[in-house]
Design a binder for this molecule. Structure first.
Ligand code: UT7
Length: 360
């Protein structure tokens, strides 16, 4: 590392100036899954486009992945300090406290503000928008934005539809204050949510609605009989696993990502023909194609990375950016849209001209 702070240019735009990623070393192929579950390489490839995913070792938590990606993003930005850390994750190390302060401490970033953002697979874009907001308000001159998830910890070992899709990983970018016309400057983020669809992607138990412990809530005067929902007799079995209504999520993902992308492009003053790259949340190859088709964007302008890493949730956009840049699919000056969709339901999109940087 250079020992330098992030170079800042006066201005209130957030400029992406560093990119780092990290994957755990253990790869799980479709054939590996087929030895355990009633599935096949042919089914997974044809229905999702996924070939491999990476799974964290039992001793590796989300913060470990986040620290590695964050360290690489700082190196890519040639900096060793930032003014804030925003971490998007659905799989924090613990329910409490947030994971970001631990990551900031392990990166040697001192006492900077650090907090988690929860927007499931849209988390990275929500964190990016939050980081841009910290810069716009003058709260921070530079922000480390990380997306990191270890979905392997929340998947039902017997659920072939989610096990086929999700993998672990982390990606991070550094934002600095700068001018809106600079390469890397983020356009106004487009964000949305629809809580009427909150049941489509869930981890039902383990929160305040359905705690995993069985002692019952305190302060109710009866040692556990707080009402109807947790009565020992008729309460449903706790379900600590990630559940997804695949088909409904698929349909929503296509519509929301396409529409948010078109809005972000319009706000950037771009026609569809101007969009060089649409770097979308890597959920399913059929979703990527359907989003491109709905936008009337040639499919080849959507870089694909899920074949190698699966759906890495909050990490998927920075991982896809890094892979596209490393393979020459994304080059400086490209008019680039980022888009994602996830549980909540949540979605988002953001425009930028790709800057000259070296992903680490
Ligand atoms: O990251 C957040 C956003 N996430 C997404 O956007 C994911 C969106 N959804 C999807 O990608 C797809 O819905 C899935 C890949 C999850 C499932 O594909 P699908 O084509 O929608 O399949 P399905 O859920 O309708 O299931 C069709 C059949 C079912 O069997 P039956 O009931 O017809 O006998 C499933 O049990 O395919 C079966 N199936 C599998 N078969 C072999 C589901 N997963 C598998 C599997 N291997 N891994």
């Amino acid at each position: 590392m250079s020992g330098a702070a992030v170079r800042r240019v006066s201005g209130t735009a957030a400029v992406l100036c560093g990119l780092g990623t990290w994957l755990p070393p253990h790869a799980v192929t479709n054939d590996d899954l087929a030895r355990e579950l009633d599935t096949s390489d042919a089914w997974i490839r044809s229905r999702t486009g996924i070939g491999t995913r990476f799974i964290a070792a039992p001793s590796t938590a989300t913060s470990d992945l986040a620290v590695e990606a964050g360290r690489r993003a700082l190196k890519s930005a040639e900096a060793d300090s930032v003014d804030a850390v925003v971490l998007a994750t659905t799989t924090p190390d613990h329910p409490c406290p947030a994971t970001a302060p631990l990551v900031a401490a392990q990166l040697g970033l001192g006492t900077v503000p650090a907090f988690d953002v929860g927007a499931v697979c849209t988390g990275f874009l929500y964190a990016l928008a939050t980081g841009a907001g910290l810069i716009a308000t003058g709260t921070a001159g530079s922000v480390l934005v990380i997306g990191a998830d270890t979905y392997s910890r929340i998947l039902d070992p017997a659920d072939r539809s989610t096990r086929a899709i999700f993998g672990d990983g982390a990606g991070a970018v550094v934002l600095r204050s700068g001018g809106a016309d600079e390469p890397g400057a983020l356009g106004p983020p487009v964000l949305g949510s629809d809580g009427t669809g909150s049941d489509l992607i869930t981890v039902r138990s383990g929160g305040s609605r359905e705690p995993l412990h069985t002692t019952g809530p305190i302060g109710t005067g009866d040692g556990g009989d707080a009402g109807d929902t947790n009565d020992a007799g008729d309460a449903p079995q706790p379900d600590p696993y990630f559940r997804m209504a695949g088909k409904a999520v698929f349909r929503n993902a296509v519509e929301r990502m396409a529409d948010a992308s078109l809005t972000a492009a319009r706000r950037a003053g771009w026609e569809v023909a101007d969009i060089d790259r649409l770097v979308a949340h890597q959920a399913n190859l059929r979703i990527l194609h359907a989003v491109a088709d709905r936008m009337r964007l040639p499919r080849h302008r959507c870089p694909v990375h899920l074949d190698q890493v699966g759906n890495t949730a909050a990490a998927s956009i920075p991982l896809a950016l890094s892979h596209a840049a490393a393979t020459g699919r994304l080059t400086p000056g490209h008019r680039t849209l980022l888009t994602a969709f996830g549980g909540g339901l949540t979605w988002g999109a953001c425009a930028l001209r790709w800057p000259a940087l070296t992903p680490m």
